[in-house]
Design a protein around this ligand. Structure first.
Ligand code: ADP
Ligand code: MG
Length: 697
């Protein structure tokens, strides 16, 4: 019989339970304090913790340890070291010291640094982040770490997130003090990322160079049946998928990841996994692990898990919904409407802080979700558009509107609890209806940021969110701390803030074409592509913000800007090269072979019965040959453009060149190829079709 899930849950994590078991009382207490308030750990304690971790890891069969970190690539990095060391007597010992726990020195020179490397030391170091739990993956004890260059420049995705959490905690505490909540020592942000993905058959996958090299299909005619019947969403799980999900759950549970819901998504072969939310930094680690483990388990089941944002044209792409909230160490969710006037006022203040932040830093939020892959989703007719706006729901919007406009809140009978003379009306909970088209939706007691791509680390969007909201809270605190009459100042502040930023609130259909014009009238940004969005990251106001809070320095921001744009160009370059290769080596030869066979059969038939018209063969030979000629020309042009791309000097112009010229030309090639596919005998078509891929599992 299988072991009960609650019995092995977290068994591969060095969490509080294991710490208690393996550490002395005193060390445990000190470590806990370190984790809670981010205090420095002395080497003596580190030695004891290292020893305990090692003993636990060895008991679970581990042989290696690694510093596990999140460089500016899309995956996590790890360098495995064995615990084994030879003793002077030639006997093997298993060792792991505090020094090895606290600091590692991987060679930083092969990770992206966006120019930081050129000016600073090539070496880098990883530093233990005690606020994330160590865990065992396969035979390795993994120590979550931050990754920096030797001179201290941040080279990873984790560090700015940790810094932003400190910052928002500090500013939120200032606000809470004003509401008489001096008992709160720490405020944490929480994240629950819903993860979408596709599963395809591995044998078919291996026959497609585009999937192998780029994660998405670069060509493929639409199948007769796509997602139009909507018969896949929440449908029965096929047995292979179900076996995959079961094993996935087990592996995630062992790692202490609360995988909660799994279901089919809208597109054929598309699925979703939602975990129970947790503290932001843990959520980042856990989401990275989830993506990694999804791929591994899929492989065991003869499947491939596609995390690309748009693996198939014509059906939905995959995103990641970043559910976000902020709560106190005393267990209070600050985005939960209260049930008394004081709590409501506090809720409203946090709410307008988020509204102001999203409006003022639309560009940063947009940048935080920009990538070549996600460009295929945002603004396409399914995912949220590239315009950042917020959904609050009718009720909450009416309340805020009536506050600002001085009108009565229409739903009078519910306005029973009022605060002072300067009224902050109360409002009901859980009445937020759902608006699936909004990029940033209030869903009762949290916000759901829906623009993230499925392959993203959730770190970027969250350090942006935390910082931009911290900025608003900090301004509020500055103002309210000086207030003579707290209540009237508070009321004025809520009104003023909402009035200034309410243009960002849009409860309508974000997919409607009219919204684009309306958003323009409101002065909202519409940064449709990565090349357009990215430069806003290094605008003076954004650099000033991150520098002010010490989340990122100006040089770190420039480096990130370069890395993301470089990555964009490289991605498109690989895609274009792959497309050229597939056309030259597979599709064009196939078209030639098929039309050649037609021609031979035409000649045979003609020789047999000279009076036959043979218009099918003749017509098709002509059509296919014309398509092949056209395709050949378009591919040659694409090759030419790839050479030109190398000549473009600065990275921003290069990214525009790839977007405006190369990507457009790839579409040209695709269109001819897809037309040819529909005319070609399937026995001659050299790559698995959409039909076979989407219904392969
Ligand atoms: P849905 O959006 O599908 O209706 P839920 O509202 O139940 O689903 O939750 C979606 C995700 O939001 C889950 O991962 C859940 O853990 C997460 N979530 C719920 N509450 C919070 C919170 N306070 N902070 C962050 N994430 C949360
Ligand atoms: Mg959701």
């Amino acid at each position: 019989m299988k072991e009960r899930a609650d019995q092995y849950f977290g068994s591969m994590v060095f969490g509080y339970e294991k710490m208690k078991e393996y550490l002395s009382k005193d060390t445990y207490r000190q470590l806990k304090e370190t984790i809670r308030v981010g205090k420095e750990l002395n080497l003596d304690i580190a030695n004891q913790v290292a020893h305990a971790m090692k003993e636990w890891a060895l008991s679970e069969g581990a042989t290696h340890y690694c510093h596990w970190f999140q460089p500016m690539t899309s995956i996590t990095a790890e360098k495995h070291e064995s615990f084994l060391v030879p003793s002077s007597e030639g006997i093997a010992l298993m060792e792991f010291s505090g020094k090895e726990l606290i600091k590692g020195e991987p060679d930083a020179s092969s990770f992206p640094s966006g120019g930081l490397r050129a000016t600073f030391e090539a070496r880098g170091y990883t530093a233990w982040d005690p606020s994330s739990y160590a865990f065992i993956k396969e035979n390795t004890l993994c120590i979550p770490t931050a990754f920096c260059s030797y001179s201290g420049e941040v080279l990873d995705k984790k560090t700015p997130l940790l810094r932003s959490m400190e910052v928002i905690s500090r500013e939120a505490i200032r606000i809470l003090k004003l509401f008489g909540r001096s008992d709160v020592k720490r405020v944490v942000t929480t994240v629950g990322p819903e993860q979408e993905y596709f599963l395809v058959d591995k044998d078919l996958y291996l026959q497609r160079k585009d999937l192998i090299h780029t994660g998405r299909t670069l060509v493929g005619a639409r199948p007769p049946k796509g997602q139009e019947l909507e018969d896949h969403y929440f449908g029965n799980l096929k047995s292979r998928v179900s076996a995959f999900m079961q094993e996935l759950d087990e592996e995630l549970w062992k790692l202490g990841i609360f995988a909660k819901t799994e279901h089919n998504e809208v597109a054929p072969s598309q699925h979703e996994l939602a975990p129970v939310f947790t503290t932001s930094n843990l959520a980042v680690d856990q989401n990275q692990l989830t993506m990694e483990i999804m791929k591994k388990i899929a492989n065991k089941h003869g499947l491939v898990c596609l995390l690309h944002e748009k693996p198939f044209a014509g059906v939905n792409g995959s995103g990641k919904h970043n559910n976000w909230s902020i709560s106190t160490d005393t267990g209070l969710n600050l985005l939960e409407p209260g049930d008394n006037p004081k709590d409501n006022a506090q809720f409203l203040l946090f709410l307008v802080a988020v509204i102001a932040a999203v409006d003022e830093y639309q560009d940063l939020l947009r940048v935080s979700v920009a990538s070549a892959g996600n460009d295929h989703r945002l603004g396409a007719n399914e995912a949220p558009p590239a315009i950042v706006s917020m959904f609050l729901g009718e009720e909450l919007t009416e309340i805020l509107d009536s506050l600002v406009d001085g009108t009565d809140y229409p739903n009078k009978e519910r306005s029973s609890m009022l605060l002072g003379v300067n009224l902050l009306p109360p409002f009901p909970r859980d009445t937020t209806d759902r608006n699936r088209t909004s990029p940033f939706a209030f869903t009762g007691n949290k916000f759901e940021f829906r623009m993230l791509g499925s392959s993203f680390s959730v770190s970027g969007p969250n350090f942006v969110l935390n910082t931009i909201i911290a900025e608003q809270l900090s301004r509020f605190a500055n103002q309210l701390e000086q207030a003579k009459d707290f209540e009237s100042e508070l009321s004025a502040l809520v009104k003023e803030t909402y009035s200034k930023h309410r243009r960002i609130v849009f409860n309508g259909n974000n997919y409607a074409p009219e919204w684009i014009d309306e958003a323009k009238r409101r002065g909202l940004l519409n940064l449709v592509s990565t090349p357009e969005a990215l430069p806003t990251f290094i605008h003076a106001k954004n650099i000033a913000l991150f520098e002010k809070f010490g989340v990122l320095s100006s040089s770190e921001m420039h480096s990130r800007y370069e890395i993301v744009l470089e990555n964009y160009c490289k991605t498109l370059n690989i895609e274009a090269l792959t497309l050229v290769d597939m056309m030259r080596k597979q599709v064009l030869p196939a078209l030639s072979a098929f039309s050649g066979a037609l021609a031979r059969s035409f000649l045979d038939k003609k020789a047999a019965v000279s009076s036959l018209s043979l218009s099918y063969e003749a017509g098709l030979i002509a059509e296919l040959s014309n398509l092949a000629d056209g395709l050949d020309k378009e591919v040659a042009l694409l090759e030419q453009q790839l050479l030109e791309a190398r000549m473009v000097e600065d990275i921003s112009s290069e990214s525009y060149f790839y977007h405006d010229t190369v990507l457009a030309q790839m579409a040209q090639v695709r269109s001819l190829c897809d037309t040819a596919e529909l005319l070609t005998d399937q026995q001659y078509w050299p790559i698995p079709t959409y039909e076979s891929l989407l219904y392969s599992v």
